[in-house]
Write a protein that binds this ligand. Sequence first.
Ligand SMILES: [Zn+2]
Ligand SMILES: [Zn+2]
Length: 382
Amino acid sequence: MTPELHAKLTEWRRHLHAHPELSLQEKATAAFVQDKLAELGIPFEAGIGGHGIVATLTRGHARSRVGLRADMDALPITEDTGLPYASTTSGVMHACGHDGHTASLLGAAALLAADSSWSGTVDFIFQPAEEGFGGSRAMVAAGLFDRFPMERVFGFHNWPGLAAGTIAVHDGVVMASGGRITITIEGHAGHAGMPHLTRDPVVAAGHLIVALQSITSRSVDPLDTAVLSLCTIEGGTAPNQIAGRVTIRGTLRYHREAVKEIILEGIERTCAGIATSFGVKVTPEIVWGVGVVINTPAEAGLARIAADKVQAELRRDLAPSMAGEDFAHYLRQRPGAFVWIGNGELRHGAELHGPRYDFNDAILPVASSWMAEVAKTALASN
Ligand SMILES: [Zn+2]
Ligand SMILES: [Zn+2]
């Protein structure tokens, strides 16, 4: 990549960083992307599944077609970086580096637009609402793969804690799926001095929280991966009244769909048991995520070849993450691979979703080049 293009991408990335928008609200970000695509002379369609955009480049006579994806949304986090290009919107921050992903994909488009050495069609997917708001699902529901019939799809996430510019490619599972759980316990409220006239949901909640810990330790195979974290508990208003209701909320994660069923069965069984034991009503509600991110073998191979071609350090030995990624939804429709590109040293507070996080502009060239290269490699492999 030329120093001029790197400087331009850095400027674009910092502009996006200073103007973050929450999931489903990426209006100005989408307008910015459209502006830059127009500047690069690349045709696009906007308004796909919300603020989604797909730009398309076609070269030569090859009929194969490949997709590259970046996400565009920010998080409800207050930035604490002190950077000159820090967020200008209070309480909203690009704390996951989607500003960098968007700039990298624009960079890949610029590289491929200026490159005559390939043949086929590349779709550049700029996706909104990745942070738990179903952006990939919305784009697929809006006909992404019918309107742009790509055969494979690739993407990346920047990875703090992995050396800057190193590319990690997993064989198989990359990131977890899971769900958000809300458990409501309804009892009968009453005088704290006369508990026999009540059904106490707080005592039931205590037993339930302890009992639920056994699912991951006793029901799930120890060689499998599962997390069930109960993170909030609310109930009661007065210290001398037994509460009528308790609400517990949390999250669960897994790497294999079969484990999801075991966790679900465990939650239902445990909730029913506690309800019977304590004479309360226990209702678990789970909103499931989009699925586990699993690279297909051939495409993981293409991702590695591309990493080699851009002379990036390659890692194949990293364990999958328990974080989720809605790229999983694309991988349910098409073969593909999702890689991690090192963002450099992991500093306290500068983890993904941390208030001091910042995308490393030094990795823009490798990220853009890898995306462009993996598209060319995939097109040439057909
Ligand atoms: Zn995130
Ligand atoms: Zn992210």
